[in-house]
Design a protein around this ligand. Structure first.
Ligand code: HEM
Ligand code: HEM
Length: 196
C-alpha cells in the first residue's frame, strides 16, 4: 500500500517519516558537536556534511508536504481526548514547520556570513547563497535563530517521541504500529480502537 488511507499510513509516508526523522536527529547531534570541536580541519568537513544533510531534509520535506496534501490522514484513536488531539496535531504542525525553518535559517546564516564559504550538497552541486545582507550582525542574527529553532524543535520532537511511546506501551493502541507499517496487526487493532 503506497498511499495512506483512513486507518493507516502508506509506505511513502512511512519512508518519508523515518528517513527524515533519522537525519533530523543526526543533524541536531552533529550541529551540537561540530560547533564545539577545536579541530578546525574536522570542523570544516563536519560543516559541509551538516549543510548537505540540511539541504537534503529541506528537499525531502517539500516532497513530503506535497504527498501529505494529496493523501488522507489516518483517524485518531477514539479514546483520545480533545486536548490530546490538539496537542498531537499542534506538535505535528510545529515539526513540519521546523523541517523548513531550521534548514532555511541554516542556509541564511551561511549566506549572510562575510566569509562566503560556498555550500556544497554532498560535494556534487554548489547551492547558491540566499540573497541576504552580508554582515557580521546578519550572520549573528541568523546563527542565533538557527540554534534556537533547532533546539526548540528538538524539544518538541522529544515530546512527540515520548507521546508515541506512551501510545504504544501504555495505551497499547495502533498509533506507533501504523507508522511502522505493521499492517496485519493494525487491521485487528483498527477494529478495536479506530473510529469507523
Ligand atoms: C534540519 C536541518 C538542520 C538542523 C536540525 C540543524 C541543527 C543545527 C544545530 C543544533 C547547530 C548547533 C547550534 C549551536 O549549538 O550553536 C547547527 C549549527 C549550524 N548549522 Fe545547522 N541545522 C540544520 C540545517 C542546516 C543547513 C541547511 C545549513 C546551511 C546550509 C546549516 C548550517 C549550520 C552552520 C553553519 C552551523 C554553525 C553555526 C555556528 O557557527 O555557530 N544547518 N545546526
Ligand atoms: C524515534 C523517533 C520518532 C517516533 C517514535 C515517531 C513516531 C511517530 C508516530 C507514531 C506518528 C504518527 C502519529 C499519528 O498517527 O497521529 C508520527 C507522525 C509524525 N512525526 Fe514522528 N516520530 C519520531 C520522530 C520524528 C521526528 C524527529 C520528526 C520531525 C522532526 C517527526 C515528525 C512527525 C510528523 C510531522 C508527523 C505527522 C505525520 C503526518 O500526519 O503527516 N517525527 N511520528
Amino acid at each position: 500500500m503506497l498511499r495512506n488511507n483512513t486507518e493507516s499510513y502508506g509506505l511513502v509516508t512511512i519512508l518519508f517519516h523515518w528517513i527524515i526523522a533519522v537525519i533530523f536527529i543526526g543533524q541536531i547531534l552533529l550541529g551540537y558537536l561540530m560547533v564545539r570541536t577545536s579541530d578546525f580541519a574536522l570542523q570544516f568537513s563536519l560543516f559541509q556534511w551538516h549543510k548537505s544533510f540540511g539541504f537534503l531534509i529541506l528537499g525531502l520535506s517539500a516532497f513530503r508536504l506535497l504527498w501529505r496534501m494529496a493523501n488522507p490522514r489516518p483517524r485518531d484513536p477514539l479514546d483520545m481526548s480533545r486536548i490530546e488531539r490538539l496537542a498531537a496535531h499542534t506538535a505535528h504542525g510545529v515539526l513540519y514547520l521546523a523541517l523548513f525553518l531550521v534548514p532555511l535559517t541554516g542556509w541564511a546564516l551561511a549566506s549572510s556570513s562575510p566569509l562566503q564559504i560556498p555550500s556544497f550538497a554532498f560535494n556534487l552541486v554548489v547551492i547558491p547563497p540566499l540573497p541576504l545582507t552580508i554582515s557580521d550582525q546578519a550572520e549573528t542574527f541568523w546563527t542565533a535563530s538557527h540554534a534556537w529553532l533547532a533546539y526548540l524543535s528538538a524539544f518538541v520532537a522529544a515530546a512527540h517521541i515520548s507521546a508515541a511511546l506512551h501510545h504504544h506501551f501504555w495505551k497499547k493502541d495502533a498509533v506507533l504500529r501504523r507508522m511502522l507499517g505493521w499492517h496485519s496487526r493494525i487491521r485487528i487493532a483498527a477494529q478495536k480502537d479506530i473510529r469507523s
